[in-house]
Design a binder for this molecule. Sequence first.
Ligand code: NAP
Length: 466
Amino acid sequence: MTQVGTDANPLRVAIIGAGPSGFYAADHLFRARDPVVEIDMFDRLPTPYGLVRAGVAPDHQKIKSVTKVFNRIASRPNFRYYGNVEFGVHITLADLREYYHQICYTTGAQTDRHLGIPGEDLVGSHSATEFVTWYNGHPDCQECCYDLSQERVAVVGVGNVAVDVARILSRTPDELAKTDIADYALEALSQSQVREIHLLGRRGPAQAAFTTPEAKELGELEDADVACLPEEVELDDLSRTALDHNPDQATIRKIEILREYASRQPTGKSRRLVIRFLVSPVELIGNDAGQVVRMHLARNALYATEAGTLRPRQTDHFEELPVGLVFRSVGYRGVPLPGVPFNDKWGVIANHKGRVINPDTQQPVVGEYTAGWIKRGPSGVIGTNKPDAAETVAFMLEDLIEGSILNPAQPEVAAAERLVLERQPDYFTYGDWLRLDELEVARGWEVGRPRVKFTSVADMLAALGR
Ligand code: NAP
């Protein structure tokens, strides 16, 4: 048997999940001087790009240009894409061990964290991550339904996802019509009666998770006035001292922006976006029909932990916020994959710097790796996944040199292709995706939009004449 990683016997790698971290992992493997690698990338959807397609806000088209990089990676002759092939359904871990030397899981974080308060499951209380996948046309969410006849909405959390949701709810139909938002979402949001959006941060302005450009963008909306409460953008003593010790320019700028919002007068725009700080919902209250009608909010004060982090603590001051729609935007959470060790507390695959580990022994599981959000949790921007994937790939290459890889019975490229064809005849190649991409862009061109997405797998297949 020739050495693995040569022309005669390439290193066979399966990457599960076609989002940014999957593509960056493939790129790092291709860039390594050695070995010769043959990569098969799987995704449960026909379409690649993960959150770049289904997460990045439709009014942030520039960010989506990173897909050109992904297309370049996919154009390598030693790369194959198997879309519409689900791990655990069409192919199992046992299958992959038969066909590959190494497996890398890059499935991201597909669900959301919960608040854990009474009333969280009332009608009208939704996860923001689900709303995001809905307006982005993800096939899982076409049936989702949001009562946009409500006038007042609360978005819990002040991360960039919360800001995306608040901004999309604040945009005019004309603003949205210039984007690649799903057609059904464009129609629903065009009829929206939402007039007031409350973004609720549990800590102060210095701890807000949203980034400065996102904060600034909220002040530039065509038909929504932005506001902050003056008393809530003043720093408390602990935050002031922390900022004096560590005068982080981005935080200082963010606070300046928020103070300026607190000084603004309403200009008569038809919507109002209010950014609140130091408040936490403690209960959602419903009417007889089980529909959320208001929120019981506690005011918080900050305290310093032993590690020096400033955390929120509930005070005995409360207020009521009448709301008919609530979006919980308190972070994504990873979903376990069948047969793959999972750290339930953190919502990630059990791993050490990208090597999957057996939680009982803490020893690496031979041949299995992970990168991206399912490795480290839902943090950082798209580019953060590049160094993250590099760390994982370094271990993959090190383990190859050590000979610590799987010993597949059928490492040939054609053998895996036969397996996929047998299990999922309707699989998508990258060529199929590029054809679908052209069709979406052409549909968009006709109506002056960047693209009009196909939002169901059946429509995607039909578009390619399947
Ligand atoms: P995130 O940045 O972690 O923000 C989560 C927010 O939820 C924080 O404000 C957090 O407050 C709050 N929170 C958590 N538990 C809470 C609770 N029990 N009650 C009230 N509030 C609670 O998460 P994300 O917004 O989902 O974003 C995920 C990642 O994607 C981030 O790295 C983000 O920057 C990135 N992203 C980037 C962009 C962009 O670049 N434009 C767009 C979207 C997402 P605490 O800080 O107090 O914990």
